[in-house]
Write a protein that binds this ligand. Structure first.
Ligand SMILES: *Cc1c(COP(=O)(O)O)cnc(C)c1O
Length: 228
């Protein structure tokens, strides 16, 4: 199988998993994480119907988003202050915001460009030390900080599950979904209306994420690697 076939079969599996979870296939965006491949493979995925791609390095995001401006580019990597100017505007959605100083800088750059940047807040639900993100108890404060920024719009939450599958993975995804619902219920209406997204699930655990309410899954190896 090549990239085209792997993308098509992954998209079909996501649709099947949605159906069996009683959800609409259109409720879950499949993000093809193209961080390990070049433009040729991106083009194959586009030909197979891919419209959303994820990158974790600013250089790759810039290169590929400029080559393929008609699809959506998601920034899912570590944010560095000096690269924010390259990410803002190119990224349809920044998934990995968790520092207030970065929110301020994203706001300033977006203001300069005359846009509103959509972001997700990254949450370290499982509490593993190796993972970045806000602890669940810090999210409300970060949301308040972002609420005063006119050029940043928080669309939801993102997390990474611990490796190895099983119950801790479900607990992580369920925890993120509960946190979103809880925060959403105490927000003003206009903010709650757009605070809907749950970016969770990767090649190894995305079916669980779909069952737990993911609205976006980020799949790399299952699409772009021939030995996954
Ligand atoms: C690489 C990456 C993915 C995709 O991981 P796979 O295991 O290749 O599906 C998803 N999310 C983030 C944040 C990543 O860095």
């Amino acid at each position: 199988m090549g990239t085209k076939e792997r993308y098509e079969s992954t998209a079909a599996e996501v649709a099947r998993e949605c159906a069996s979870a009683g959800r609409d296939a259109g409720d879950v965006v499949l993000i093809a994480v193209s961080k390990t491949v070049g433009p040729e493979e991106v083009e194959c995925a586009i030909r197979a119907g891919a419209r959303d791609f994820g990158e974790n390095r600013p250089d790759q995001l810039v290169m590929k988003a400029d080559l393929f401006p008609d699809v959506n580019w998601h920034f899912i990597g570590n944010i560095q202050s000096r690269r924010i100017k390259d990410i803002v505007g190119r990224a349809t959605l920044i998934h990995s915001l968790f520092e207030e100083r970065h929110a301020l800088k994203i706001d300033a750059v977006a203001a300069q460009k005359g846009i509103v940047q959509d972001v997700l807040l990254e949450v370290n639900v499982s509490g593993e030390e190796s993972k970045s993100g806000l602890s669940p108890s810090q999210v409300a404060h970060m949301l308040d900080a972002c609420a005063s920024l006119e050029h940043v719009r928080v669309r939801g939450l993102m997390t990474m599950a611990p490796r190895g599958g099983g119950q801790t993975v479900d607990a992580t995804f369920e925890g993120l979904a509960e946190l979103r619902d809880e925060l959403r219920s105490s927000m003003p209406r206009d903010r709650a209306d757009v605070f809907t997204e749950l970016s969770m699930g990767m090649s190894e655990d995305w079916p669980q994420a779909v069952r737990d309410g993911a609205t976006m899954v980020r799949i790399g190896r299952a699409i772009f690697s021939d030995d996954f």
